[in-house]
Design a protein around this ligand. Structure first.
Ligand SMILES: Nc1ncnc2c1ncn2[C@@H]1O[C@H](COP(=O)(O)OP(=O)(O)O)[C@@H](O)[C@H]1O
Ligand SMILES: [Mg+2]
Length: 252
């Protein structure tokens, strides 16, 4: 399988806010993401998952190690790596359509191309009838759909998701999980998702990396065997439950 992301022996520490010893956050982290895979990172709160994602996104740098995207070192942010955060951070003064097309307009594409892409990704994310709404007029789940559409419309080579559904209520979260499953298949997405929700990781992913508490390193890598297309009902499966137990035991 073609490799999209390669992380080798990554190490990252931060200065202590009180000027004390530097805090080691990531220690010898290695992982890969192949083209078309959906990979999850699970680990205890505060272990360094967001830090790792920010390094891959190019917002921060590591001290030691390799971060390669499409066989080239990551040297900064790029639209090739689209990021979706836990909170949608939309432009409140723009309606849904203009939020989604904002990045496309910076690319100086023709109006027809922009319209075509906007329609396509609004439809894929279930927003076709919401184009004229402003973020404040939408529920949290709908806002997160816009955040997803806004990144997808730029057709990134990889999606980086940092606990994207963590602030949603359970039914909305499940709808969004199914949406991500469906969209991933339809457009052949490659994704790396951080989550603290083990069920979510198993439901969505091809492989799950389990990180230890700080400093974080990979303590487990599991291949999730369930066939695609997947459905939320998988959560009731007995193999699913035993994999969930295995990850829980690795974490505690
Ligand atoms: N800019 C920063 N300066 C100092 N420490 C930081 C900074 N960003 C994160 N940290 C620390 O790094 C650790 C990991 O944080 P984070 O990556 O947000 O964890 P997670 O996403 O797994 O909950 C935490 O102890 C946090 O306090
Ligand atoms: Mg985090």
């Amino acid at each position: 399988m073609e490799e999209r992301l390669k992380i080798r022996a990554l190490r990252k520490s931060y200065d202590h806010p009180n000027g004390g010893e530097r805090c080691l956050v990531l220690d010898d982290v290695s992982l890969t993401v192949g083209k078309g895979e959906l990979i999850s990172l699970v680990g205890p709160s505060g272990c360094g998952k967001s830090t790792l994602l920010r390094i891959i996104a190019g917002f921060e740098t590591a001290e030691v190690g390799v971060v390669e995207f499409c066989a080239k070192p990551v040297s900064g942010p790029s639209p090739e790596r689209g990021v979706v955060f836990q909170s949608p951070v939309l432009f409140p003064w723009l309606n849904v359509r203009d939020n989604i097309t904002y990045g496309l307009k910076l690319r100086r594409l023709s109006d027809e191309t922009i319209e075509h892409l906007c329609q396509r990704y609004m439809s894929l994310t279930g927003l076709s009838d919401k184009g004229d709404f402003y973020p404040a007029q939408l529920s949290g789940g709908m806002q997160q759909r816009v955040a997803l559409a806004r990144v997808l419309v730029l057709e990134p080579k990889m999606l980086l998701l940092d606990e994207p559904f963590a602030s949603l209520d359970a039914p909305t979260r499940m709808k969004m999980q199914q949406l991500l499953l469906d969209v991933s298949i339809k457009i052949g997405l490659t994704s790396l998702m951080v989550t603290h929700d083990i069920e979510e990781a198993l439901l969505l992913s091809d492989r799950v990396y389990v990180l230890s508490g700080s400093p974080a390193c990979v303590i487990r890598e599991l291949t999730v065997p369930f066939a695609r297309p997947r459905h939320l009902d998988l959560v009731g499966d007995s193999d699913f439950a035993s994999m969930k137990r295995e990850i829980l035991h690795a974490l505690i």
